[in-house]
Structures are given as C-alpha cells and as structure tokens.
Design a protein around this ligand. Structure first.
Ligand SMILES: *[C@@H]1O[C@H](CO)[C@@H](O)[C@H](O)[C@H]1NC(C)=O
Ligand SMILES: *[C@@H]1O[C@H](CO)[C@@H](O)[C@H](O)[C@H]1NC(C)=O
Ligand SMILES: *[C@@H]1O[C@H](CO)[C@@H](O)[C@H](O)[C@H]1NC(C)=O
Ligand SMILES: *[C@@H]1O[C@H](CO)[C@@H](O)[C@H](O)[C@H]1NC(C)=O
Ligand SMILES: *[C@@H]1O[C@H](CO)[C@@H](O)[C@H](O)[C@H]1NC(C)=O
Length: 419
C-alpha cells in the first residue's frame, strides 16, 4: 500500500513539471511552416513554390519529425524544364522529404557509413521503393542516393534546423529516380480518372448525372483532378430527394452548389481524420469562396455548414490525386440555401429588379451592420472574415489540445511501464 502511495507521489512531484515542460515544448515546436521557413531564402523560391503547388507543404507542416532536402533555383531547372505534370513533380519532390530528422550535427555524429532514410514518396505510394541512401564519407562529405538512382547529390548546408522537429537542408542536385519521375507508377493520369464513371459505379449515379449535365462544374472538376481533389458526393437516395430543390436553383447557384462539394486538395481518410477545421471548396459565389467544416469524432468524419451536418459513409476512391467520398445527406452551403430576403440579389431575375453593384452592397452592409448571418447576400464581407478567424483559432486550439492529450496519454502509459 505504502509502496503504491510512494509511486503516486513520485509521479505527481517529479513527473508533473516534466510533463508540463514537454507540453510547452510540443506546443511551441509543433507549429512549423516550411513555406515561411524558406520564404527568407529567395534562392530556393522555385522549390518553395512547388512545395505549395503540389500541396506537399501542407503534408510537411503536419508532420512532427521531418527533413526537407531543398535544391536552389539553378538546380531546380533540372525538373522544371521537363514538362512534368503536377503529380509527377509531387512524386519527385516527395522523395526530397525525409520522414526523420537529419541536420548537419546529426550527420557529423553518425560518422563514416550509410543509412537508409524513409521518404514521403514511400509514405504516399505504398510499395514504392522510395528510400534515400545517405552516405557519410570519411572526410565528412555527405552524399544522397535515391533507391535505383545515382549518388550525385551532396549536402551543401543547413538552411534551418529546429531539432528534432524540422530541418531544412540544401543538397546540390535533384535526387533523380526513375520511379519518382515516371508518370504512371504511382498516380493515375487524368485520362484514367473518369470521375463520373467512378461515382456511377459506386452508388452516386444521381450526383454523377447532375454533374455531367452542368458543363461549367464538370470543367471545374476535371481541371482540379490533376492537382489533387477531394469530392464529397451525396449517395443516390439523398441526392434523389434533393433534386427538386436543386432544379429550382438559378444556373449560377447550380454551378456553385456542385463546385461546393469538392475541395482542391487530396485528402485520404486518415488525413481527413486529422484535419478538423474549415476547408475552402472549389465554389465561388459573389465575392466569397465557399467553405465547409470538417469535424471528426473518433472514426466518424462529418462535414458541416451553418445549415446542416452530413457524415462520410464510405470512400469510392482514395488514391492520389483523387479521393471521392459518399455522404449520407446533401451538404448545403449557407450562401445558397437560405430563406430568401428581399435584399437578396437573385441572379435569375436580373432583368426585372435593378441589382446593386457588389461594392455598394458591401458598403451598405457595413454601415447598416445588421450583424445577421442569415443574409443571403453573397457579398458578406466583414461578418464572414470575423467568422473565419474564430473558426481558425478554434481549430488550431483543437489540434494543439489533441496533441497535448496524446502526449499525456503516451507519457502516462510509459510511466506505468517503468513502475
Ligand atoms: C505558412 O506561411 C505562408 C507564408 O507566410 C502562409 O501563406 C501560409 O498560410 C502559412 N500556412 C499555415 C498553415 O500557417
Ligand atoms: C548506401 O550506398 C552505398 C554506396 O553508394 C553502399 O555502399 C551502402 O551499402 C548503402 N547503404 C545501405 C544501408 O544500403
Ligand atoms: C545513373 O547514371 C547512369 C550512367 O550515368 C545513367 O544511365 C542513369 O540514367 C542514371 N540514373 C538516374 C536515375 O539518373
Ligand atoms: C466515364 O464513365 C461513364 C460510365 O462508366 C461512361 O459512360 C463515359 O463514357 C466515361 N467517360 C470517359 C471520358 O471515359
Ligand atoms: C421552388 O421555388 C418556388 C418559388 O421560389 C417555391 O415556391 C417552391 O417551393 C420551390 N420548390 C422547391 C422544391 O424548393
């Protein structure tokens, strides 16, 4: 009994300050932003730009222990001049992201020898042989050889090191790998991606037909596939019931509604589960880019707007660069579905009523400050921004909260093991 008591005392007196310190460290070090880290280094602007364009920056920021092997603008021309598609460029760059922490000091400590470092390329294309062999030569020279490639790239310098969270280092050349630069090994080409075919074959035929009948939205979808896209399409039973309401929409709203159900980033189910918060969709209406909010609760992923909440029931396809999920209901954007107010600029009846210019509508609104978020106006300016801010903060808090909770759990688990 006394022994147990002692252990508890030990935990509370000695572990607690350590726990708190670790928590503080996690909170501080978790928030890295590779785009910002590289922004101060104009000679890496091409690499940095491509990290954003391929959405790899997002994946890098989400990881806790990572090393980015950057090349300067001159070295980038080796791949930017080849006319690669975005998904191929993404594969090539993901081979330059090592999923462990390496900096100059660590290389020095490792001494002569070699290690195999796992990369994001492997993580994104399971089965791919995408490791990088890092060889430290006797004189301290550090070489990088991708699997199946040549040793022709060397460590130049450390750009930024935040141990043991993120390191950005410069290497002399792009890591050439036939596997990463081959267009079809890991990513299906756009031609293979028959969006509506996939939807129709998996219980979302009604949505597929609706999308096909709208050339504007079809084009937006097709254009987005290559750079990565996630679609949340309603199952047939849900979409069928919604059709009368859809047919009632003006053509501008029809397109905005269809665009609203897709986001211009590839999200695997695992990524959705760790991505609570607002997401910008493909839809624009008036001055606004329409957003939806992802909220998950254990295994359940839900999508929300101010009007309703739907749940993801299954994945129709989950393969870079495309993910399509079926939802149990039709997610409705607040901008398009609301009790119409007299001030609402209905794009359908432009001829009859004089429509105020967008700028004026916004100005009026600021002066009158009705603070009613029930307005149907697409130019919701000030309200909208304030909302977005709080939503972002809230989701950031949730993410940090989650990280803390996870750490506490794992630390307690390990302290039990020690006792
Ligand atoms: C990272 O930094 C860039 C440039 O400062 C910024 O545009 C971007 O929104 C930031 N990303 C995150 C997730 O904070
Ligand atoms: C890495 O490559 C070097 C030659 O480039 C080779 O000698 C070494 O065995 C490799 N290391 C591993 C761990 O495979
Ligand atoms: C490695 O070097 C050989 C000979 O120079 C070349 O034929 C081959 O294409 C290179 N491999 C890669 C992946 O660049
Ligand atoms: C896509 O699939 C549908 C249904 O399987 C088919 O009717 C259509 O022709 C396909 N479109 C393309 C461009 O292959
Ligand atoms: C379609 O619009 C009309 C006129 O605005 C309205 O009376 C009717 O209820 C709407 N129908 C549906 C299914 O929303």
């Amino acid at each position: 009994m006394a022994k147990i008591k002692m252990r508890e005392t030990f935990i509370s007196y000695y572990m607690l300050p350590i726990l708190l310190l670790l928590l503080l460290l996690t909170v501080e070090t978790h928030a890295h932003n590779v785009t910002r880290l590289l922004a101060n280094h104009p000679s890496f602007s091409s690499f940095n730009h491509l990290l954003t364009k391929t959405h790899l920056a997002h994946e890098i920021n989400k990881r806790n222990t990572i090393t980015v092997c950057a090349v300067n603008n001159a070295a980038m021309s080796e791949i930017t001049s080849k006319g690669y598609t975005i998904s191929t460029l993404k594969n090539i760059l993901s081979l330059h992201v090592l999923v462990d922490y390496y900096d100059a000091l660590k290389f020095h400590q490792m001494g002569p020898g070699s290690i195999l470092a796992a990369t994001l390329f492997q993580a994104n294309a399971p089965g791919a042989r995408g490791y990088v062999n890092i060889t430290i030569k006797r004189g301290g020279k550090v070489g990088f050889r991708p699997d199946g490639g040549n040793l022709s790239s060397f460590f130049v310098k450390s750009i930024k090191a935040l141990p043991y969270n993120i390191a950005v280092i410069q290497i002399s050349r792009i890591l050439g790998s036939h596997a990463a630069s081959a267009p079809t090994t890991t990513a299906p080409t756009t031609a293979e991606m028959n969006l509506t075919g996939i939807m129709s074959a998996h219980g979302c035929k009604v949505f597929a037909k609706t999308l096909l009948s709208n050339p504007g939205a079809s084009k937006t979808y097709q254009k987005s596939v290559e750079e990565g896209m996630t679609v949340f399409c309603p199952r047939d039973d849900a979409m069928k019931g919604f059709l009368p309401k859809y047919k009632n929409l003006t053509s501008l709203k029809k397109k905005a509604f269809l665009d609203f159900l897709a986001v211009p980033t590839y999200y695997s189910m695992a990524m959705l589960k760790s991505n609570n918060g607002p997401m910008t969709t493909l839809a624009k209406y008036g001055a606004n880019k329409l957003e939806l909010t992802v909220q998950n609760d254990g295994e359940k992923v839900t999508l929300k707007t101010r009007i309703n909440t739907v749940q993801i029931v299954c994945a129709l396809i989950e393969k870079q660069p495309l993910a399509i999920y079926a939802t149990d209901k039709v997610l409705l954007p607040k901008e398009l579905f609301k009790a119409p107010t007299p001030a609402a600029p209905e794009d359908g009846d432009v001829a009859g009523s004089p429509k105020p210019a967008e700028g004026k509508a916004k100005g009026d609104k600021e002066k009158a400050a009705p603070s009613s978020d029930e307005s149907d106006s697409p130019a919701e300016g000030p309200d909208e921004e304030a909302d977005d801010g709080t939503a972002d903060e809230a989701s950031a808090a949730r993410i940090l909260g989650g990280a803390k909770a996870g750490l506490v759990v794992s630390l307690f688990a390990s302290s039990w093991l020690l006792l």
